[in-house]
Design a protein around this ligand. Structure first.
Ligand SMILES: Cc1ncc(C[n+]2csc(CCOP(=O)(O)OP(=O)(O)O)c2C)c(N)n1
Length: 251
């Protein structure tokens, strides 16, 4: 009995090349399943930014464009508006790291939400700059040790981390903002539902939709894959609650 088939939107013969235990592959698979279920493959343009998220286009079989670090929402805005103006409107989503979305790209990210751009953002929050070696990022937790905070993040020197999903929910142009995790089966199912809901908001033309995914980074956290998921479940969800912060379809 066949219990599972590869999503059509994952490229043939591709095997994920992320570090072992990294959640990127899992999230990309969920995105691909939703693209298949909503029949979006032929009409999608994905925007992947600098960071580990950029490998999206090695695996996802849709049209993809790489944007400069932090500029994914600006690039997505241009594509969405231009294709709409040309009467060939595309489904447009970004796939970004937390450093990309909430630090170098915070201006683009926040203002595209405030403008209510009809795009979807998937933000992978692994609490550090993963690709470049695990430096402190905008989401690094208080006390968390990184390569640039060897004694842990502290208030006096680094200030506090940003809670992206909560901030985005405060923007009037936001239709949907949620934080999800993928550290157990229940969460994986909920994460897929959130991605689907966010995509549906764009299909209905409701405005900006955002899903922040708490994700593991075993290599830079210096933890095993299972301990990384335990860390998310026991520590990170205390700081970053798993929650739907805004959903105008339920208001
Ligand atoms: C303008 C610019 N500044 C810095 C870099 C170097 N850089 C590449 S990836 C990266 C970190 C990405 O971190 P994040 O967005 O959190 O994604 P992750 O790799 O953790 O998934 C940095 C700083 C760059 N490519 N371009």
């Amino acid at each position: 009995m066949q219990v599972y088939t590869k999503p059509k939107s994952i490229k043939e013969n591709s095997s994920f090349t992320f570090c072992s235990g990294c959640d990127h592959g899992l999230v990309i698979k969920l995105v691909a399943e939703v693209i298949d279920e909503l029949n979006l493959q032929e009409n999608t343009i994905a925007v992947a930014s600098s960071g580990c998220s950029v490998f999206l286009y090695d695996f996802l079989d849709v049209d993809c464009i790489e944007s400069p670090h932090g500029r994914a929402c600006a690039v997505a805005t241009g594509i969405k508006r231009a294709t709409k103006a040309n009467k060939n409107e595309k489904f447009v989503f970004t796939y970004q790291g937390d450093g990309d979305f909430a630090s170098i790209g915070l201006g683009e990210s926040l203002h595209s939400a405030l403008r209510g751009e009809n795009i979807t953002v998937i933000c992978i929050n692994n609490t550090n700059y993963g690709m470049t070696g695990g430096q402190l990022g905008p989401t690094t937790a208080m006390g968390q040790i990184t390569t640039t905070s060897p004694t842990g993040r502290n208030r006096a020197y680094h200030g506090f981390p940003i809670k992206a999903a909560e901030h985005i929910a405060l923007c009037d142009g936001t239709a949907y903002s949620a934080r999800v995790g993928v550290y157990n089966i229940k969460n994986i199912i909920n994460a897929k539902n959130a991605i689907k809901k966010a995509f549906e908001c764009q299909i209905k033309g409701l405005g900006y939709s955002f899903v922040e995914v708490l994700s593991s980074c075993p290599t830079n956290w210096r933890l095993s894959p299972s301990d990384s998921h335990r860390k998310i479940e026991t520590e990170l969800t205390q700081i970053y609650p798993i929650k739907v912060f805004k959903d105008i379809t339920n208001d």
